[in-house]
Structure formats: structure tokens, C-alpha cells
Ligand binder design. Structure first.
Ligand code: GTR
Length: 432
């Protein structure tokens, strides 16, 4: 058997083992606990709903098609990647390029000329004295009344500066990231993050690009794209939001209170897809957090479980580049799958999370992606996920440089999720 076939076989075996034999030894050394499986009634009800709507969506594990994942460690020309150096120099750029061309599109490179930062709000005694608040207007061109995004940042007052910081790409109503803290939402539990000694920042994705199909006339597309026909690999909206996250990072590099070498980019759902892409495009992010990101995020496209490529392109035609439509009902033709997007985070920290009721996002596909990215971490002499067995509910796996958990409940970003991300950061960023 050739090396390549043997690797593909082992990837398949990994998927098979995880699907069929999920169990885990309980923390107290007692009976092995079952790994997570989707609740059978929920599967049946979800399937019935799709059938009533006449949609080709699958929720049954046994109906997941056979698939072979592209090997992250084999170049397009068949050459095996056997060192971290070859990964860095050859394979990583190749995979990044494949994602730009086929999935997210190509964003303008680097920070825009003329961009300005204006700290328009400063409060040293925010959160009852626990934090210093700053609000920064990031004006992309520096032109008067030019398109700008607002960045809100809280830095704990009693922490040693500069502080490691979490940046949320907020894809929900801006009240979720209320700078006044009159509104407090678990989606962005700023007080709790500050209490753990971390900086916490956020921006609203709609500042960068509206979340609607506007023919790319508004937002940063309207600002930077040349008039005329859009290439099929032009950046779409997820790439625009990811680009926005990089502009926040540009600001962090100028702020002495933020440790720009320890910034986590965090996103939920469409924001999670964006966070993964931001971490791929911009290696300044030391940690990448994908919360319930599903299709086009952490979930393997080839599993066609829950939301599919065809479905997401239909519902959200502005999220991905036009080339992505070539893979509607044709996932096997993709030169990449989402485990390779995760691999682009290596050797940095990566968190992947799913929710029990969120079958639409394919929790098992998200887990298997993390499994599939692990060989790239191993190339760096690191442990990736450190297991191929899906854990039970609410039993986070934090053995290596990839963290995974599946929690009780539905689609959402909760305090429980944030706690896991902070625990992981504590472990790796020396707080423990
Ligand atoms: C869903 C969509 C997902 C996910 C989510 C969200 O409706 O199908 O891909 O991104 O929205 O962002 O909340």
C-alpha cells in the first residue's frame, strides 16, 4: 500500500472509530462513559421536518455518504509533507490559496493605507472600577466620515499589562456587546472575562460589511472593490468580517495594555466561520475559537449532515465567493475540507465547540474536523486534539493544542463556552 493510501485509510479509520466506538473513561476512574451521540428523537423530528419541507437535508448518521478526506499532509502534486518547515513553506500556502480560490475569496492584503485609530471614549473606572474601557473608531481609509468600525475594549485594572485578550466578532445585535454594560448578555460576558484577568474586546460585524446580499455595494466591498465584474474568487462577506478582525489586531499592536502576542479571535456560528478564516489569513491571532460554526466553519462538508454547501449557498449567497457554488451537491470535488481550515491554525491554539441540540451544525462533523487537523500539529511535535473519540456531553477535551467540547443545550454562545476557552487559555498562557 502506498504511503498516501495508507494515510487516507487511517483518516477514514479515524472517522469510523470515532463514529462507531465513542466512549471515554470517566474522570473518577469509574465506568466508561458513552461518547456523545445525537438524541434519537431529535434526529427523527429534525428529519421529519426537512422531509415535510421537501429539503435534501440529512440528520441520520447511517445516511452520511462514504467520503475520503483530502490529506492535509499531501501536496496537490502528491508530495508528502514530512516536516514543519515544508508545511510552513509549501503546504500551508497551498491550502490557504485553495480556500481563497474556492471558498472564502481573496481579500485585500494587509492594512489599508491611511487607516486611523481614534480612541473616542476612555473610562478608567468602568465595571465598578474593575476595568478600563476604551472605544476606538477604526476608520479604514482615514477619510473624514469614511467607513469605520467601532472596537470596544475592557482591560482589567488589577492585571499585569499587557494582558492577553479575547476579541469577539459579534454577529448578533450590537446590544450584546454593550459598552455601557447596562445590557449584559452571556454572548459576551465581559465582566466574567475581566474577572479572570483577560482583556475582552468586540466589534459588530455589520460595521465592516452588512449581513445581506447587496451585490457587494456597501461595506468594505463598496469601499475597496474596483468597479466592474467581480471575479469568482472575490472576497465575500465572511472574508470581509475576517478582514475586520485583522484591523482590530492592527489596533491592538498599538495599545500597550493589550498583549498582541496573546489574542484569541472568537466567533459564534457565522462569526465562528469568520473566526476560523481570520485565524487562517492572519497568523497574529494566537488562538482561534469556533463556537457552533457548522457548515463552512468547523463541520466537514463531505459529511453532508445538517446544513450543506448547497443549502448555505442558497440561504446566504453573500457569505462565500462565487466559486463555492461549484461544490453544491458536489462536495467530493472540493480540493479541501474544513479539517484543513483548522489545520491552518497550527501550531497555534484552536478551540472547537458544538452543542447537543445543534444538529444543523453537525457536532460530529465539527469534532472529526479537529481530529483531521491533528496530524499537522503532530508535525510540529505537538499534541493536536489528543483523541479520536468523541467525548460525552459537557466533558471538554483539553489534552493538547486543540480543545473540543460539546455542551448541553442548543445553538448559542454561553458562559459555559467562554469558561472552557478561558480554561484553555489559562493552561497555555501560563495562568495555571
Ligand atoms: C444559520 C446558518 C448557519 C449559521 C447560523 C448563525 O441559520 O444556517 O450557517 O451560521 O445561522 O450564524 O447563527
Amino acid at each position: 500500500m502506498s504511503k498516501m493510501t495508507s494515510h487516507i485509510r487511517s483518516l477514514l479509520l479515524v472517522s469510523f472509530t470515532a463514529v462507531c466506538c465513542g466512549f471515554c473513561v470517566s474522570g473518577d476512574g469509574g465506568e466508561p462513559e458513552e461518547g456523545w451521540t445525537a438524541n434519537a428523537e431529535r434526529v427523527a423530528a429534525s428529519q421529519a421536518r426537512e422531509e415535510a419541507r421537501n429539503r435534501k437535508i440529512n440528520y441520520r448518521e447511517e445516511k452520511v455518504p462514504d467520503y475520503v478526506l483530502p490529506d492535509p499532509l499531501v501536496m496537490l502534486d502528491g508530495t508528502k509533507v514530512d516536516s514543519a518547515e515544508r508545511w510552513r513553506e509549501k503546504r500551508r500556502p497551498e491550502i490557504l490559496e485553495l480556500f481563497r480560490k474556492n471558498v472564502y475569496g481573496r481579500a485585500p492584503v494587509g492594512r489599508p493605507e491611511g487607516m486611523t485609530f481614534e480612541v473616542f471614549d476612555f473610562a478608567a473606572d468602568a465595571m465598578d472600577g474593575a476595568a478600563t474601557r476604551k472605544q476606538v473608531k477604526i476608520n479604514f481609509t482615514g477619510k473624514e466620515d469614511g467607513l469605520a468600525m467601532n472596537l470596544v475594549l475592557f482591560v482589567p485594572n488589577d492585571a499585569r499589562k499587557p494582558v492577553p485578550t479575547f476579541l469577539l466578532i459579534c454577529n448578533r445585535d450590537p446590544e450584546n456587546i454593550d459598552p455601557t454594560r447596562k445590557v449584559k448578555m452571556p454572548f459576551w460576558p465581559a465582566e466574567e472575562v475581566v474577572a479572570r484577568g483577560y482583556g475582552i474586546a468586540a466589534f459588530y460585524n455589520g460595521d465592516v460589511d452588512p449581513d445581506k446580499h447587496d451585490e457587494f455595494k456597501n461595506g468594505v466591498h463598496g469601499l475597496f472593490d474596483r468597479p466592474g465584474e467581480r471575479p469568482a474568487d472575490a472576497w465575500a462577506t465572511l472574508a470581509a468580517w475576517a478582514w475586520g478582525a485583522s484591523r482590530a489586531m492592527d489596533y491592538f499592536e498599538t495599545d500597550d495594555s493589550v498583549d498582541e502576542k496573546h489574542v484569541a479571535v472568537v466567533g459564534h456560528s457565522r462569526g465562528g466561520k469568520t473566526a476560523l478564516w481570520a485565524g487562517a489569513e492572519d497568523e497574529r491571532f494566537a488562538m482561534v475559537v469556533s463556537n457552533d460554526s457548522g457548515c463552512g466553519g468547523a463541520a466537514l462538508s463531505r459529511r453532508c449532515y445538517g446544513e450543506t454547501v448547497a443549502q448555505i449557498n442558497r440561504s446566504f449567497p453573500h457569505w462565500f465567493c462565487d466559486n463555492f457554488e461549484k461544490f453544491n451537491d458536489n462536495e467530493g470535488a472540493l480540493p479541501v475540507d474544513q479539517h484543513m481550515l483548522m489545520a491552518l491554525a497550527a501550531p497555534r491554539l484552536l478551540c472547537v465547540a458544538s452543542a447537543d441540540e445543534d444538529l444543523w451544525a453537525d457536532p460530529r462533523g465539527e469534532f472529526l474536523s479537529a481530529v483531521g487537523a491533528s496530524p499537522v500539529y503532530e508535525l510540529f511535535g505537538l499534541v493536536g486534539l489528543g483523541t479520536t473519540e468523541m467525548p460525552p456531553l459537557d466533558r471538554p477535551v483539553q489534552k493538547g493544542n486543540i480543545s473540543y467540547h460539546i455542551r448541553t443545550g442548543g445553538h448559542g454562545l454561553t458562559e459555559y463556552d467562554w469558561e472552557q476557552y478561558m480554561n484553555f487559555a489559562d493552561e497555555h498562557w501560563g495562568k495555571k
